[in-house]
Ligand binder design. Structure first.
Ligand code: GLN
Length: 446
């Protein structure tokens, strides 16, 4: 009830939620109480949670921030939300996001922008900005997000939260509306590494409904939290501290790294030479995958359909012209172009080759260090609207997060102080399936 009240009193300003499921939350909370009374409770039983509105939730509108799904009520539950429900969590509602998770600011939502609780003049980051704003403002203790190129880590950084993007394949994508299927991964947004570990315990695991999910045992992610950091080898990529990084963020991150040294870690400079190529590679591959994933929104089976279509082609074209927003259309155009017969080799294949080289850079680095540290973002949160008409300026903000998805690695952002009164994040990148180690480092740091 306290969280519902908080949503009521603050969401007029923040617009973190697209849908609040108050009645359902009360029913789930009552069931959690019963479960607790009968001694069946786990650590998450009865804990409220907000879900990014990209996870299908049975019987509840699942809009993905788009007009084309404004009337869509999912007929089934995503694996992630299902598992958290099984753990006894109470869903408060569905949070705002950039349309189809395409963006870094939560401004491209059909439902209007979300505002940053630290300063409502600035963006909360994106695309999981609604989830981050909800947790940062006390509307929810924890939330889910998804990260295709930074959408968990970047809003966590800009809202002073802890966000974890797991290794590709660690968390099932089933029922999570697809953006870039080879990059998408769901994960927790929380205040602390400990909360994130508790959520990941329930979210992770093999799912036969997702052919890319990995059949690797899920450890207890809370088990290593208290391990000392003695002997931990941290690498600082020199490319993450060069031109383009706000100098105050650089100072905050350096101070954070010094803290880790005091805790027993050793630090050395490393190189990820292909970092700057992650933006062109990602902004070909993600739109290419998006252009095919979004072909299912045709007005035939579900979602928005234009009025009075004259024939099938008119229905397809007008449904999509009216239903998708500008950024989504831009991605579909870019992706379709990059995949077209005459340009496939020049763009899509080339981007896939870069992707492999970016992955190799990380493998070379992990031969020398255990964890890579650096900034999550090059700048603090910007004013609403400041980059809305300049997509490339927005894409450049993703420079430190994209390569982690291209390589399929786990990445985390932890709060690392403020610049001009706005929070910034320290990013920690681990080797495949090293989530427990990242959570350990983050917990010791916090
Ligand atoms: N900003 C990136 C994009 O627009 C990443 C978004 C995401 O991780 N979903 O594609």
């Amino acid at each position: 009830e306290a969280y519902l009240k908080r949503i009521d009193s603050t969401d007029g300003d923040l617009n973190a939620f697209i849908t609040v499921t108050a009645d359902q939350a009360r029913t789930q909370a009552a069931a959690a109480d019963e479960r607790r009374a009968s001694g069946q409770a786990g650590p998450l039983t009865g804990v409220p949670i907000a879900h990014k509105d990209i996870f299908c939730t049975q019987g509840v509108r699942t809009s993905c921030g788009s007009k084309i799904l404004d009337n869509f009520t999912a007929p089934y539950e995503s694996t992630v939300t299902h598992k958290l429900q099984d753990a006894g969590m109470v869903m408060l509602g569905k949070t705002n996001l950039d349309e189809f998770a395409m963006g870094s600011s939560t401004e491209s939502s059909f439902y209007g922008p979300t505002r940053n609780p630290w300063n409502t003049e600035v963006i909360p980051g994106g695309s999981s900005g609604g989830s981050a704003a909800a947790v940062a403002s006390g509307q929810a203790p924890v939330a889910t997000g998804t990260d295709t190129g930074g959408s968990i880590r970047q809003p966590a950084a800009l809202c002073n939260l802890t966000g974890l993007k797991p290794t590709y394949g660690r968390v099932s994508r089933w029922g999570m509306i697809a953006y870039g299927s080879s990059l998408d991964q769901g994960g927790p947004i929380a205040r602390t590494a400990e909360d994130a570990a508790l959520l990941l315990n329930s979210m992770a695991g093999f799912d036969h409904k997702d052919s890319t999910s990995k059949d690797i045992a899920v450890p207890d992610y809370t088990a290593d939290l208290d391990k000392p950091l003695d002997g931990l080898r941290i690498g600082l990529p020199k490319e993450y501290f060069g031109e383009g990084l706000n100098s105050d963020i650089a100072a905050r991150v350096q101070a954070g790294v010094q803290e880790l040294e005091k805790l027993g870690a050793t630090v050395k400079e490393i190189s990820l030479p292909r970092t700057r190529l992650s933006i062109p590679a990602y902004y070909i591959i993600a739109p290419a995958e998006a252009s095919t994933n979004l072909s299912r929104f045709d007005g035939v089976r579900f979602g928005y359909r234009c009025e009075n279509p004259t024939d099938l082609l008119d229905m397809y074209t007008r449904t999509r012209a009216e239903g998708f927003g500008e950024e989504v259309k831009r991605r579909i155009m870019v992706g379709t172009y990059a995949l077209s017969a005459g340009y496939y080799d020049a763009y899509y294949n080339k981007a896939q080759q870069l992707r492999r080289l970016i992955k190799d850079d990380f493998q070379n680095a992990f031969a020398e260090v255990d964890v890579i540290a650096g900034p999550t973002t090059p700048s603090p949160a910007w004013k609403l609207g400041a980059k809305s008409n300049d997509p490339v300026a927005m894409y450049l903000e993703d420079i430190y997060t994209l390569s982690v998805n291209l390589a399929g690695l786990p990445g985390m952002s932890v709060p690392c102080g403020q610049v001009d009164g706005l929070p910034v994040g320290l990013q920690l990148i681990g080797n495949y399936f090293a989530e427990a180690q990242l959570l350990n480092v983050a917990h010791q740091y916090q």
